[in-house]
Design a protein around this ligand. Structure first.
Ligand SMILES: *[C@@H]1O[C@H](CO)[C@@H](O)[C@H](O)[C@H]1NC(C)=O
Ligand SMILES: *[C@@H]1O[C@H](CO)[C@@H](O)[C@H](O)[C@H]1NC(C)=O
Ligand SMILES: *[C@@H]1O[C@H](CO)[C@@H](O)[C@H](O)[C@H]1NC(C)=O
Length: 275
């Protein structure tokens, strides 16, 4: 009786073990297959953080013009343009660049630094999920060649502390108008389109257009300040020296009515040669 009982237990145990192992193998296979699926779609769709053919940016020349008064639609916006110089590492007919909630206001242009004609941009695609701007090219960029991509854009001055944002503050109980508020650039891809930068620290040249009478500072020294007018609006234009080599999230820009806030300065490398 005891033996029979023991055998019954044994059979139950064996059956349970076999079922468990089957379930494990099944789950593992399922996971393996869906992982394989994911990797496959990741290389196909422009979805990955950095494709092997990620271009290496060496410099960004950026002009930004934040509007401290709302548009007719009640939006606080900034406009700007950016020229990035990059090296093509692996030939590709696709340029992926990060741009969080930026709208292009003109067709982007691509040129080759060696003067030979560059492929033309046949279409532009925005992938809001991954915050990518994708430029499809007529031909492949050549590995080892240097290119220049120019974009013009508009973005919103959010108050959610990402990217270019605005804040209002009170002095002696009086809320200061937005024109006197402080704007700080922290989340670079919300400010201008930028590449993932796994291997390089590019340099930045910033020009800022702002309402007359406001004060600006950045990582680099201000080297020129002049009152001018752009599109019929009086502005002060500040140009900053090239920054030292740094990652884009170190870039800081502050526009204020004079409150003394200083971002960390970077030392400018005396000589900059793009590799
Ligand atoms: C960028 O925008 C500013 C202001 O509108 C303009 O003066 C400048 O020429 C533009 N830069 C380029 C390279 O188009
Ligand atoms: C960008 O385009 C989207 C969609 O057309 C629009 O909802 C948004 O307000 C635009 N942003 C700016 C800052 O113009
Ligand atoms: C520009 O204009 C502002 C206000 O009109 C004035 O305070 C400032 O001194 C001027 N700056 C230059 C460089 O002329």
């Amino acid at each position: 009786m005891a033996k029979c009982h023991f055998s019954a237990m044994c059979i139950i145990c064996t059956v349970v073990s076999i079922v468990s192992v089957s379930i494990l193998v099944g789950l593992w296979t399922y996971q393996f297959l869906s992982f394989a699926d994911q990797t496959r779609s990741r290389t196909e769709a422009p979805d990955s953080r950095c494709l092997p053919e990620c271009p290496l940016p060496v410099s960004y020349d950026v002009t930004l013009w934040p509007r401290l008064k709302p548009t007719n639609e009640g939006l606080y916006i900034f406009t700007g343009n950016s020229t990035v110089v990059f090296k093509c590492v692996k030939e590709t007919d696709l340029i992926l660049i990060h741009a969080n909630k930026l709208n292009l206001t003109a067709d982007a242009t691509l040129s080759a630094l060696n003067g030979s004609p560059a492929p033309s941009i046949t279409s532009t695609q925005t992938i809001s999920k991954t915050q990518y701007l994708v430029f499809h090219l007529s031909e492949k960029l050549k590995a080892g060649e240097w290119y220049k991509l120019h974009t013009e854009f508009v973005g919103e001055l959010a108050d959610d502390l990402r990217g270019f944002y605005r804040s209002e503050y009170e002095v002696n109980g009086v809320k200061q108008i937005v024109a006197t508020s402080q704007i700080r650039l922290t989340h670079t891809c919300g400010i201008f389109p930028c590449f993932d930068e796994p291997k390089t620290k590019p340099v930045f040249h910033i020009t800022l257009l702002q309402e007359r009478g406001t004060v600006t500072s950045s990582n680099a020294e201000e080297i020129e300040k002049l009152n001018t007018s752009v599109d019929g609006t009086d502005v002060t234009m500040s140009r900053f020296e090239w920054t030292g080599m740094m990652s884009s999230d170190q870039l800081t820009l502050i526009i204020t009515d004079g409150t003394n806030v200083q971002p960390t300065k970077t030392k400018r490398k005396r000589k900059f040669t793009p590799m």
